[in-house]
Write a protein that binds this ligand. Structure first.
Ligand code: ADP
Ligand code: ZN
Length: 220
């Protein structure tokens, strides 16, 4: 069981990049944010535990996160490769992930840190719109849908995530800053951190990551 991690502030483009990597490789995409939103929508107990934290832009407690992540990993094959997006978010979660991977003879291969300036993050998040039916992501100015409020792909209605409002966005960025430096240090010490410029076109960021994955694959 091997893993790569997409690390970056809210709005850094983890979800978008993950979609691309998923189609180009055999990594299984695990987004704790998506899993939590699905659990909230389905009214599952973990969703109820997580909801109030998510609405304020606070982190959901580590034990709740580890429960959904380990459940998910147990469904998979022993030789699966995972791509985590939005996880780990605390050093505690990183330690627990290492333990789980270790138990399966696996490890974290690369951690891609998507670097994006703060003003770009705020603009991306506050203008983000998501399709209620298929999850496709738009931006009111940068990636507008052809018809305002309607998904190009499935004609579903577009909505703004309840945590993409300005006040919650600012809090999420604060929380990220407070929690992340220690994670960056943690992975830097393990020699797996790769910094990528996340402010460029998504094709460029994608190419940068895929080239690291291919090089690593050929030399392993
Ligand atoms: P973003 O990275 O843009 O904030 P996510 O969809 O990854 O969006 O996360 C949305 C919310 O879900 C977070 O603000 C947090 O409340 C919760 N969450 C997601 N992943 C984690 C995690 N690994 N640990 C704690 N909370 C999490
Ligand atoms: Zn759609």
């Amino acid at each position: 069981m091997k893993a790569i991690i997409l690390l970056g502030a809210p709005g850094a483009g983890k979800g978008t990049i993950a979609e691309g990597i998923k189609s180009a490789t055999d990594y299984i995409h695990v987004s704790t944010g998506d899993m939590l939103r699905a659990a909230v929508k389905a009214g599952r107990p973990v969703g109820l535990e997580a909801k109030s934290f998510m609405e304020k832009g606070e982190l959901v407690p580590d034990n709740v996160i580890m429960k959904i992540v380990t459940e998910r990993l147990e469904e998979g094959k022993a030789d699966a490769r995972y791509m985590f997006d939005g996880f780990p978010r605390t050093t505690e979660q990183a330690l627990m992930l290492d333990e789980v991977l270790d138990g399966h003879g696996g490890r974290v291969e690369h951690v891609f840190l998507l670097d994006v300036p703060r003003d770009v993050l705020v603009d991306r998040l506050s203008g983000r719109r998501v399709c209620k039916s298929c999850g496709a992501v738009y931006h009111i100015r940068n990636i507008p849908s052809k018809v305002a409020g309607v998904c190009d792909l499935c004609k579903g209605p577009l909505y703004q995530r309840s945590d993409d409002t300005e006040e919650t966005v600012l809090n999420r960025l604060e929380v990220f800053k407070k929690q992340t430096q220690s994670l960056i240090d943690y992975y830097e010490k393990k020699n797996v951190l790769v910094r990528v410029d996340g402010s460029k076109k998504k094709e460029d960021t994608h190419a940068e990551i895929v080239s690291v994955l291919r090089t690593a694959f050929c030399s392993s």
